[in-house]
Design a protein around this ligand. Sequence first.
Ligand code: SAM
Length: 294
Amino acid sequence: MRSDGDSWSIVDSVGLTALGVATFRALESSEPDALIRDDFASWFVAAAGEHHFTELLADSSSLQGIPFAGFMGVRTKFFDDFFLSAAASGVRQAVILAAGLDARAYRLDWPPDTTVFEIDQPKVLEFKGKVLAEHEARPKADRRPVAVDLRDDWPAALEAAGFDPTKPVAWSAEGLLPFLPGTAHDALFSRIDELSPPGSRVAIDSFTDSSTLQRFSAMPDKFFGTNPFGDLDVSELFYADERADPPGWLSEHGWSVQGATSLELADKYDRPFPELPEEFDDLSKRLAWVTAVK
Ligand code: SAM
């Protein structure tokens, strides 16, 4: 259940979802044919000491055959490739919206002079910073955490942290949109547009309507008897109110938009697409993986 201005740590409410996806990245990283390598993710899981995800990392057999968790490698690679391609085209500012425990500032080979801004709630970034400092991790870019709520005036906080709105930027919103109320969701895209000079890029995972996501997040429990997030019902944290359709909105505002379905993405990365129950067939065919260039 959500409320205006609610906040969280890494072990409760929306914060716990960041720990969850970090766990799935750690699990993917330990696979022999891993699509991505995130050696930082397991540090966060160990430091948080949260019961369910600590156990899952030690023994992930309960996830066997569940389509959800295995797709995290594909999702991570999609955003990794997006940032590397933006960097190759000369973009030197990256903004990771709702960064959670994303370690791209440490994992990716950014060109020199790249600044990576990470926006998330204060307690999430504080936990992350503490764990990274304990491990003496060194970022591969100029990393700037920006502790602010994305329902508030985050552009002011971003600019105060050194963001330059006259220079092209690559934005990511990964695993974020359904956690925002419609007004903050729509404001997010207006603000991205205002802060993006030509040459800027954005990548999102967009299932557009929250009811679809609610159906999707209920799937593992309903069909496989397991919730990868333990006792947390992620769908209760989503907002289901009206909001703009991001790809359509971006197109209307002069961005050149490309979308891929989950099936296409799995194919691109040579991963077999997981077998979904029939009623979820539509999900695999949605243009959920969106990139756009201004
Ligand atoms: N993008 C990260 C990843 O994929 O690993 C984290 C995704 S996690 C599912 C959702 C993240 O959104 C959490 O880190 C949470 O703190 C952040 N978030 C959600 N709503 C937010 C808000 N209003 N302000 C700041 N951060 C928010």
